[in-house]
Write a protein that binds this ligand. Structure first.
Ligand code: 3PG
Ligand code: MG
Length: 408
């Protein structure tokens, strides 16, 4: 039995449902047009179920953060949802004022309404408990108009923000279908990963990865860790390898002495469980040219792993029963440096391991390679997925668990 309610626990007919989703999407910097609608698509089963069961659906979502260039209204999101749903989606440029409240009161059974970016409300991101958030203007204005709160925003489950946790204190609440699927699938992997389990990290950031790796190895969730991309370079530098000025410059932003010390401690604790590249592909004039680890330092940028690494990583992966891919192996957007990501990801997708992919860039790489149908679970989460894999409690999940035993 689930620790939280699901849509199966409620009669939705004729009910007004507040549905929190994660429609935080990548936008074009100039036009603010939506570049990828994956997160909307993944929320469709819940939205469809709500209108098929004759509910009135009021959707709450965020985009960007106050002060960031991608902090926008959700008007384009409403159009995108309407196109994907093949059904009218009303949009109101208001969250809990008179306009929004009237639009909710006028909703008919089966209709869908998207309210504006909840982060336009300053209290949304204030650091507060679920109970404190439930006293906010947002919750206090909206909850009397609704019967049920549904949370389908797995990708934001690591945030204790007003519209994510506040309603569970005052309304009967449940997880949406996406939330349910993410939690059920990921919990299986965390609690009983089929062994051996191999976690591959890549991409262009590394400081967060250090603590994630340590936790995964401490908890025995991961048996082996493969590093590519910037995390690999950071680990090599911590081991005293000189990568060359250009490559070391790319590490500078996160390369604090504390981070390198952490890496050193981690490697001495788990030396035989962490695998690093044996060679690289560097960019020489726009071309790909392979270089051995022993030939470093180099004056060129290391943009991918080389063939020896690809073979040795495939070898490690061939024994695995569970594989988690987090971050591409190189600069896969550039065809000359796509090889490592392509070969490794294709190898995993085509084998019969249980494969999990998460994070925006990794999902984009999987889609670009046409492998999305061959991956066992593509998570919508980035930060939330990472926290979950580390065994941390997610505020949204905690709020849903607490809500299960509440009566209203
Ligand atoms: C995300 O995309 O990471 C989630 O939507 C949460 O957004 P945030 O990182 O801006 O809080
Ligand atoms: Mg984020």
């Amino acid at each position: 039995m689930n620790m939280y309610n699901t849509l199966d626990d409620f009669n939705l007919n004729n009910k007004t449902v507040l549905l929190r989703v994660d429609f935080n999407l990548p936008l074009d910097k100039n036009t603010l047009d939506i570049l990828d609608t994956t997160r909307i698509k993944r929320a469709l089963p819940t939205i469809k179920e709500l209108f098929q069961k004759n509910a009135k659906t009021v959707i709450l979502a965020h985009q960007g953060r106050q002060g960031s260039w991608d902090f926008t209204s959700l008007e384009k999101h409403a159009k995108a949802l309407e196109n994907l749903l093949g059904r009218k989606v009303k949009f109101i440029g208001d969250i809990f004022g008179e306009k929004a409240k009237n639009a909710i009161k006028n909703l008919q059974n089966g209709e869908v309404l998207l309210l504006d970016n909840v982060r336009k409300f300053i209290g949304e991101t204030e650091k507060k408990s679920a109970k404190e958030h439930s006293q906010s203007d947002l919750v206090q204005n909206l909850y009397p108009l609704a019967n049920i709160f549904v949370n389908d925003a797995f990708a934001a489950a690591h945030r204790s923000q007003c519209s994510l946790v506040g309603f569970t204190e005052v309304l009967p609440s449940c997880a949406g279908r996406l939330m349910e699927k993410e939690l059920t699938t990921l919990r299986k992997i965390i609690e009983k990963p089929k062994k051996p389990s191999v976690f591959l990290f890549g991409g262009a950031k590394f400081s967060d990865v250090i603590v994630t790796i340590e936790r995964l190895l401490d908890n025995k969730t991961a048996d082996k860790i493969i590093l590519t991309g910037l995390p690999a370079n950071a680990f090599l530098k911590a081991e005293g390898i000189n990568l060359g000025d250009k490559n070391e410059a790319m590490l500078q932003k996160e390369g604090t002495p504390e981070n390198y010390n952490e890496i050193k401690k981690l490697v001495s604790k788990y030396k035989d469980k962490i695998y690093l590249p044996l060679d690289f592909a560097q960019q020489v004039n726009t071309n790909r040219s392979e270089i051995d680890l022993s030939e470093l330092p180099t004056n060129y940028n290391l943009f991918d792993i080389g063939e020896k690494s690809i073979e040795s990583f495939k070898n490690i992966l061939s024994d695995a029963k569970t594989v988690f891919l987090s971050g591409p192996c190189g600069v896969f957007e550039n065809p000359a440096f796509m090889k490592g990501t392509k070969e490794i990801f294709t190898f995993v997708a085509k084998s019969d391991v249980f494969s999990i992919v998460g994070g925006g860039h990794t999902v984009a790489a999987v889609e670009k390679l046409g492998l999305d149908n061959k991956i066992s679970h593509i998570s919508t989460g980035g930060g939330s997925l990472e926290k979950f894999m580390m065994g941390e409690k997610l505020p949204v999940v905690e709020a849903l668990i607490n809500a299960k035993n509440k009566t209203f």
